[in-house]
Write a protein that binds this ligand. Sequence first.
Ligand code: GTP
Ligand code: MG
Length: 213
Amino acid sequence: MGKEDNQGEEYLFKIVLIGDSAVGKSNLLSRFSRDEFDTNSKATIGVEFQTQLVEIEGKEVKAQIWDTAGQERFRAVTSAYYRGAFGALIVYDITRSSTFESVKRWLQELNTHCDTAVAQMLVGNKCDLEDIRAVSVEEGKALAEEEGLFFMETSALDATNVDKAFEIVIREIFSNVSRKLLNSDAYKAQLSVNRVSLVNNSDGAQSSSCCSR
Ligand code: GTP
Ligand code: MG
């Protein structure tokens, strides 16, 4: 996976985005990694990921954030998606109750396929749409407390709390997972188990598509 290009790399965290279709997973990722938002974004097909550099306590941390389709028919092999993830953002849309009701199902899937996700955050996205809110902040907080998750409301559109949400998850992983484990051959093998092709963007960020279907 091009590791030889990354001499000195110390930390690489895999984080997954999950939640129903159209809750804004892909836009949260594009806001965080490229500061971009797409009003007409298409439903994701298969799996994509972006790698973002974050500095924590003077250390360079690479967050490899994976995004897949909320729609069942477009999703890639589930176990490969979750394999080796240390963090997860479970996203719902504050204007659609059905997406909030799905959160428990997504958590079940996460916990069935992944026993390494030490940092999990419930994310109520689209908080810019206060006028048509259908899920209150209190309901979101209560569910997060019940399930032992961090909680944050975000807007990929106006960028509210987007960096913060990812950074909390990344910091939590940083303080929970030992460097020894992250640098182990077993972990690196897990990350590269899917066939992945890396493309360098002009801004130096790495993006990729992988095809594990
Ligand atoms: P799938 O790939 O099908 O699982 O959907 P997704 O969760 O990746 O949703 P996506 O990011 O494609 O966003 C769906 C729609 O919601 C798009 O029209 C976005 O422009 C819109 N959207 C995403 N985030 C926000 C937000 O924070 N506020 C508002 N108002 N719209 C948003
Ligand atoms: Mg998407």
